[in-house]
Write a protein that binds this ligand. Structure first.
Ligand code: ACO
Length: 429
């Protein structure tokens, strides 16, 4: 079989190398295309464009396969802790017990944020969206830790920055929540697990001892693992592109938080619950919502359905659906919104429009329901996603840095006006 691709342009033939990935995925290497032919490729939304060669996450959208560093998402969600998965993503292998102890200990001891950051929170209006606050706060960390700004990227500085960021994100996320609802912030507690400490900072109050509920802790651990990486998605590509200019890790991840916020990406988990609640409140038949989603003159889409790469099923959605059932059962919660979600899924899965386009429930369809059952406020859903996605963003930023990838800078096909002469103001019609 040929390991080159031939392209004929204006009667001339060019050859380009074909690459084969570890799982047999094929790519045509067009990195020399413009230099040799003068042409560029046009691919809005990068639907067919590989931006990098990466050894972190393998995703087969047709067969619903997702693996971090070779380990299946099903096994990791069942058997691993979020700290193990973070280590695996960032350093490439599962940690042994000494490595895990060192990593966890270092993160536990960097959870405090500078007291001056409290003043930033004070300046945000009450009810400010936690994603806006989180993105600003993560970028602000770079001003407190100037060594993170060194573009020469000393390995020790990078390690420290990585540990600080993993440690401080839950603190900032919980502070954003407390500010949003006007409650006093809680300081971290070093005797708790990563997830348990976050729960304490979210739901603890100074007047009482907070007891970590193991059912909620275990569910959050699983949710964080399921969200931990997803190869070159919108927010991760953002982190890599921002980092490719040698911007520091805090700024790069802050940009990732902003990219995640949009309702077509991580913000979909909030949008799903809002949609389900609207369906419930309105009481109109489900079919009318489905009809609206199919109507091209209506901008309404079924939130939580469809995915750029999964055209069969999203393996994370399967695990979360089961976890949602388990957690609601364990906590004795009967959520009518879950019933609406199940009915909607049933209708959509059998409707020709959705079947033909491969529009299945994605990770966000059920994550909102489980977050709700765990007592997470709707505004915080996307923040939960960001906490889970953090190790992936870091791993991808680190890989991009270590591979010395060039600055990300796409080209364009210009469609504006051709050159024209300036017209003086009094001569313009
Ligand atoms: N409801 C109704 N129709 C849809 C939906 C939906 N949720 N999603 C896609 N379609 C339709 C499109 O209108 C289009 O139809 P057409 O071929 O007749 O024009 C077709 O399906 C393909 O959709 P695209 O928008 O071209 O697919 P793309 O890969 O660009 O978008 C996306 C993927 C953004 C996820 C889209 O499916 C969507 O908007 N879903 C709802 C938002 C959502 O749940 N986002 C979370 C994704 S998961 C994540 O980021 C963590």
């Amino acid at each position: 079989m040929s390991d080159t691709a031939r392209l004929i342009l204006e009667g001339q033939e060019y050859e380009f190398p074909v690459l084969t990935g570890a799982e047999n995925e094929k790519a045509i290497d067009i990195s020399k295309l413009r230099g040799t032919t003068g042409y560029i490729t046009l691919d809005p939304g990068f639907k067919n464009t590989g931006s990098t060669q990466s050894g972190i996450t393998y995703l087969d959208g047709e067969n619903g396969i997702l693996r971090y560093r070779g380990y299946s998402i099903e096994e990791l969600a069942e058997k691993a802790s979020f700290m193990e998965v973070a280590y695996l993503l960032i350093y490439g292998d599962l940690p042994n017990s000494d490595q895990l102890a060192y990593f966890t200990d270092s993160i536990t001891h960097h959870t405090l944020v500078h007291e001056n950051m409290k003043r930033f929170f004070d300046a945000f209006p009450l009810g400010a969206h936690p994603m806006g606050m989180l993105s600003s706060m993560v970028a602000s960390l770079s001003t407190f830790y100037p060594e993170s700004q060194n573009p020469n990227r000393d390995i020790t500085d990078i390690e420290l920055t990585i540990h600080r960021l993993i440690a401080k994100m839950p603190t900032l996320a919980a502070q954003a929540y407390k500010h949003n609802v006007g409650l006093p912030t809680m300081y971290p507690k070093n005797n708790l697990s990563y997830v348990g400490n976050f729960m304490h900072m979210m739901w603890g109050v100074p007047a009482e001892d907070y007891e970590v509920d193991p059912i909620i802790e275990s569910a959050l651990n699983k949710l964080f693992i399921l969200h931990a990486d997803h190869e070159q998605n919108c927010s991760t590509s953002t982190v890599r592109v921002v980092g490719s200019s040698q911007a520091n890790l805090y700024s790069s991840v802050s940009a990732g938080v902003s990219a995640l916020w949009g309702p077509l990406h991580g913000g979909a988990n909030q949008a799903v619950i809002e949609m389900l609640e609207a369906i419930r409140a309105e009481g109109s038949p489900l079919q009318s919502w489905i009809d609206r989603a199919k109507d091209k003159t209506d901008s309404f889409r079924l939130m939580g359905f469809g995915h750029r790469v999964y055209k069969n099923f999203d393996p994370r959605a399967r695990i979360i659906k089961k976890a949602a059932d388990d957690v609601l059962g364990q906590l004795g919660i009967n959520d009518p919104v879950l019933d609406i979600a199940k009915q909607l899924e049933e209708v959509a899965l059998h409707d020709e429009y959705f079947v033909k386009r491969g529009l299945y429930p994605n990770v966000d369809f059920y994550s909102g329901i489980i977050y709700r059952a765990l007592g997470i406020p709707t505004d915080m859903f996307t923040v939960m996603f960001a906490l889970g996605r953090l190790p992936g963003w870091i791993a991808q930023w680190k890989e991009m840095t270590e591979n010395r990838e060039p600055i990300g800078r796409p080209r364009q096909v210009y469609t504006g006006a051709t050159q024209r002469d300036f017209v003086a103001l009094n001569n313009r019609s």
